[in-house]
Design a binder for this molecule. Sequence first.
Ligand code: SF4
Ligand code: SF4
Length: 377
Amino acid sequence: MRFWPLQVDYKKAMRLIRKAVDSGVNYFDTGWPYHLGQSEKVLGMALAGGYREKVHLVTKLPMFMVSKADDFDRFLHGQLEKLQTNYLDTYLFHSMDKGNFRKVVDFKLIDKMEKAREKGLIKYIGFSFHDTLPVFKQIVDYYPWDVVQIQYNYLDTSKQATTQGLEYAYSKNMAVVIMEPLKGGLLANPPQDVMDLLEKAQNNRKPVEWALRFLWDKKEVSVVLSGMGSEKMLDENCAYAHDAGPGCQSEADTAVLGSVVEIYEKQIAIPCTACQYCMPCPFGVNIPENFALMNAVNIKISNLQDRIFRWLDKRKYKKMASVREKVNKNKPDGNASLCTRCGQCLSKCPQSINIPDELAKCHQVLGPKKSTAKLTK
Ligand code: SF4
Ligand code: SF4
């Protein structure tokens, strides 16, 4: 999901995936909509020729595109073909919330999963989740799932499934897979006052290592999914994993992260994780990029270097397209001013962000003064 930009560089991505397997990474998670359908394809190509057998391969039934029971077979077979494999290790219902859970029940999709398992097309059954704790417990209790995938990181312990949900799933013997360990990359690039706190701990850990160790420390966590878009990220993450595991955090580490959370919570303007589920916008707005810029300029700055970065972020916004003719579904580089408030993205956001409202605020902050006056009338 993180082979940024939206159009994947196939050669580079395949090289990176194979290097990951050679380095010991043995769990690969993808999904139908990632990179507008290219993610499963490039993963299948990379794993061909002997790599497939070395990994646990996971993809998801895109629940937001399922409107009848037969869609299950259509998607599963399409995904097996794209991934160039005869079976999936795990198949997840993608992005389960109250509405998508209703579809699973109404369309009897668990029967479909079980039939696919009997045929040897999948081994394990699970779901990925974006809703509240009561909904999470309701779904967990509905079926003896093998796996669940939740959004969890040191800033999101009381959001979505929450720590309580993580422990609940573990108590039911489910493997728990963590997504968004870095909150869409936000925890990899902390503001200066967070950096100061982390550095004071004097253990030489980088921000990413802090975030990953927080998760690896928990016995309830089976797998931490970290999107890696470069060889440098891959090498660093493998090195961080080397001596981590349950019990790797000290009480002092936990106290530092507690103070870090307090700082972040005051500064994050929009809780976007850059998952791209809202994309493509039919009017060419690059929704996650607008929100990333808004968050970047909102973070408290304390030195000249940060001031320069803020200025550059504002310039980036100005360089994004502001006229409709320059963007389209496949070239979504539009700034927030191109949002027509059509509402098509609203139900797709797992973070329940009111995207058109937040885009309007982005344009007020990042756009030219003249447009700001118009917007606030
Ligand atoms: S509401 Fe705005 S951002 Fe969302 S799909 Fe419509 S035009 Fe795009
Ligand atoms: S706005 Fe929501 S759906 Fe879109 S990238 Fe951000 S978190 Fe994902």
